[in-house]
Design a protein around this ligand. Structure first.
Ligand SMILES: Cc1cc2nc3c(=O)[nH]c(=O)nc-3n(C[C@H](O)[C@H](O)[C@H](O)COP(=O)(O)OP(=O)(O)OC[C@H]3O[C@@H](n4cnc5c(N)ncnc54)[C@H](O)[C@@H]3O)c2cc1C
Length: 362
């Protein structure tokens, strides 16, 4: 079977890998460089920021993925020599009302507990001494997403049944009756038995050419990066929607904004000032540090952050794996495995019905 995957972010790259490993002939297209958009721009926290606020369907994908991430990191390092650095740091929520999170964690069988703030200050001396309560989830990891993308790309390059086309925008679909038989690009038509749309924030726009109203739209997020000593911060810390993520080498990411401004992804002075203020509120020593990078990315926003995974009814051969909103990196392993299971007629890892496009498209 020949499968075309549109979009080479974490979702498209991992989908392509799983489909190719199962023996399909895969062609992956991206309008820019592979892994250059939201999947690169994200923070890489391997958990939703507030997991108790999501539906059981998002939780099911998140939990499957979280359990699988260490294995994925090891596989990619072994196969490609590129280490995605799946770094289990744990996460502290500061000044978070604990009842709903603790009830959720107990229900889901995930370890989370209230801890005295003094214990947090002892574990994280750089943290501002301004908080009154803390919740801790020890197993939360972060992945160095630019390296994850590099590793996924390198893994695909090794597979003889994969073709990669960068700087090759898909402009439309080849439709014969009710069947989608391929895509149109600036470089000509490419035909396939199945087309998977994994075009992130652009997925809604792309499907408009087929008169499909997919509620996926860009939500801009800006982040800043500092370089600190390796032991400056050892856990992810989060308060009021703003967080600090430590990488193994001392880089610390501060995120993020949430802006509905269409496809504009220019970093702004206003966001820089606001992110710097959040950084100092969490970690006062950063007042003296220099921001080494500031960027923006476009999240694929969707209602409830529930991705669309599965076949599009009425358009034979057309499949979706998009709309992961704030959680595309954590959800990627389960989403892509679920897509591959369904597309290849295998037993799905989890109940696919909540993610089905049927009934959710205009
Ligand atoms: C600031 C920020 C922080 C985040 N933090 C986290 C986090 O900590 N944890 C987490 O899990 N998630 C996080 N996210 C969300 C996560 O990054 C996204 O959900 C995820 O990257 C979506 O992956 P994707 O592959 O669908 O999209 P993308 O990575 O955007 O990939 C889509 C690809 O499709 C290509 N494309 C689009 N249109 C076309 C076309 N017509 N033809 C060909 N190619 C096309 C694009 O060029 C792009 O490469 C964050 C996002 C941002 C912006």
């Amino acid at each position: 079977m020949r499968i075309l995957v549109v979009g080479g972010g974490a979702i498209g790259l991992l989908s392509a890998r799983l489909l190719a490993e199962a023996g399909a002939e895969v062609c992956l297209l991206d309008q820019g460089a592979l892994g250059g958009e939201s999947s690169w721009a994200g923070g890489g926290i391997v958990s939703p920021l507030y997991p108790w606020r999501y539906s059981p369907a998002v939780t099911a994908l998140a939990h499957w993925s979280q359990d699988f991430y260490p294995q994925l990191g090891e596989q990619l390092l072994r196969d490609t020599g590129v280490d995605p650095e799946v770094y289990v740091t744990g996460l502290y929520w500061l000044d978070q009302e604990p009842a709903a999170p603790l009830a959720w964690a107990a229900r889901e069988g995930r370890p989370m507990r209230s801890v005295p703030v003094e214990a947090v200050y002892q574990a994280e001396p750089a943290l501002a001494k301004r908080f009154s309560q803390a919740l801790h989830m020890p197993g939360v990891a972060n992945v160095r997403n630019p390296r994850l993308l590099k590793a996924l790309r390198a893994a695909l390059v090794q597979l003889p049944n994969v073709t990669l086309h960068e700087n090759c925008a898909v402009t439309g679909f080849i439709r014969e009756g009710t069947r989608i038989c391929g895509v149109r690009t600036a470089a000509g038509e490419i035909r396939a038995d199945r087309v998977v749309v994994a075009a992130g924030a652009w997925s809604g726009e792309l499907l408009r050419s087929l008169d499909i109203a997919l509620p996926v739209e860009p939500v801009k997020g800006q982040m800043i990066l500092y370089k600190c000593a390796e032991d400056f911060l050892t856990s992810i810390v989060l308060t009021d929607g703003r967080y600090a993520i430590p990488r193994r080498d001392g880089h610390v990411l501060i995120g993020s904004t949430r802006e509905h401004v269409g496809f504009d992804k220019v970093p702004t002075e206003e966001a820089l000032a606001s992110l710097k203020a959040s950084a100092v509120e969490l970690l006062p020593a950063l007042a003296e540090a220099e921001v080494v990078k500031h960027w923006a990315g476009l999240r694929p926003g969707s209602p409830g952050g529930l991705p669309f995974i599965g076949a599009v009814p009425g358009y034979e051969g057309l499949w979706l794996n998009c709309g992961h909103y704030r959680n595309g990196l954590v959800l990627a392993p389960a989403s892509c495995r679920l897509l591959a299971d369904m597309l290849l007629g295998r037993e799905p890892i989890i109940d696919p019905s909540p993610y089905a496009p049927a009934g959710r498209l205009g």
